[in-house]
Design a protein around this ligand. Sequence first.
Ligand code: SIN
Length: 328
Amino acid sequence: MRLLTAAIATVALTFGAQAVTAAPVEIKFSHVVAESTPKGKMAIRFKELVEQRLGDKVTVSVFPNSQLFGDDKVLEAMLLGDVQMAAPSLSKFQKYTPALQIFDLPFLFNDMGAVDRFQQSETGQELLNSLRKKGYVGLGYLHNGMKQLSANSPLRVPADAEGKKFRIQTSDVLAAQFEAVGGVPLKKPFSEVFTLMQTKAIDGSENPWTNIYSKKFHEVQSYITETDHGVLDYMVVTSAEFWNGLDDDLRAEVKKALDEAIAYGNEEAAKLAAEDRQKIIDSGRSEVLQITEAERELWVEAMKPVWKQFSSDIGQDLINEALKANAK
Ligand code: SIN
C-alpha cells in the first residue's frame, strides 16, 4: 500500500512539474546571407538579446546561408510553422503585395538616407502591414545597401549590358530594369549566384557591397561598376498565427529586442558597405569602375521608363511619396 502511495505521489509530482514548466517558445530565424553581413549580424544580436532577457522562455536558433530555407520557400514554410522569422529582401515579396515593388524601381532613391526616411514615414510604416491579408506580420525594415552592377566585362554605359545575362532576384521590376538596357535577366536563388558566375552561366549581377564581398562574387566577376542604381533592403517578417499566439508581455519583449537588433543591423549596414567596398578594391580581384555623371545619366535615362511600366501596379501616389524622401 505504501509503495502504491509513493508511486502515485511520484506520478503526480512528475505531471505537476510538467504543468508548471511550460516549454520555451522556439524561434527559428532563417536567412540566406553570411553571418558577417548586416542581416547575419542583426539575427545574431536578436538571439543574444532575447536569450539574455527572456532566459528559458524563448530560444532563438539562427540558420544563415540558406541552411534551412532559401527565399523561394521560406515564406510558405512560415505559414506551416516550420520557421518563425525571416528577413527576405523586399524584392522577394512581389507575389504577396505589388506595392513593395516600389523598392526595386531603379534610381528612385538618391541614397540610403532617402530609403530610411521613406521606410520610417507613415506611408513606409503602413507598407509593413501590406502582408497581413496573406497571414504575415511585417515587424520592421532592415538595411543592406545600395546595389552595384558586376560583370565579367566592363559596364560603363547601358550599351555595354546589351545581350548580357544577369542574375536577378524574383522580381518583375528587376527583370524590366535589365531588359531596359538590352540585358537578359535570369531569376535565380541567391545560393546559386557564385556558381553561376564561376561557370559563366551568367555574365553579371547586381548586389550591395556586403553581399558581393561575403559571398566572394568579386573573385568571379572581373568588374564592378559603382552605380548605386537601386536598393537591397529587407523586411523582417513572422506569421500572424505565431505572433498573435504569443503572450502579450512576451510579444512586447521580443519586439523590443528585435527593434534594438534592427537598429544595430542598420548601423552595421552603413559601416560594412564602406569597409567591404574597400576590401574588394584592396583584394585586386575585381576592378571597381567609377562612372562619370554623364555616363550615369545614360543609365538613368535607359532604366527610368520602368517606373511608368509599373506605376499602376505599385501606385503613382506611392511613388510620389517615396520621391519626397529624397528631399532632406
Ligand atoms: C539577401 O541579401 O538576402 C539576398 C539577396 C539576393 O537574393 O540577391
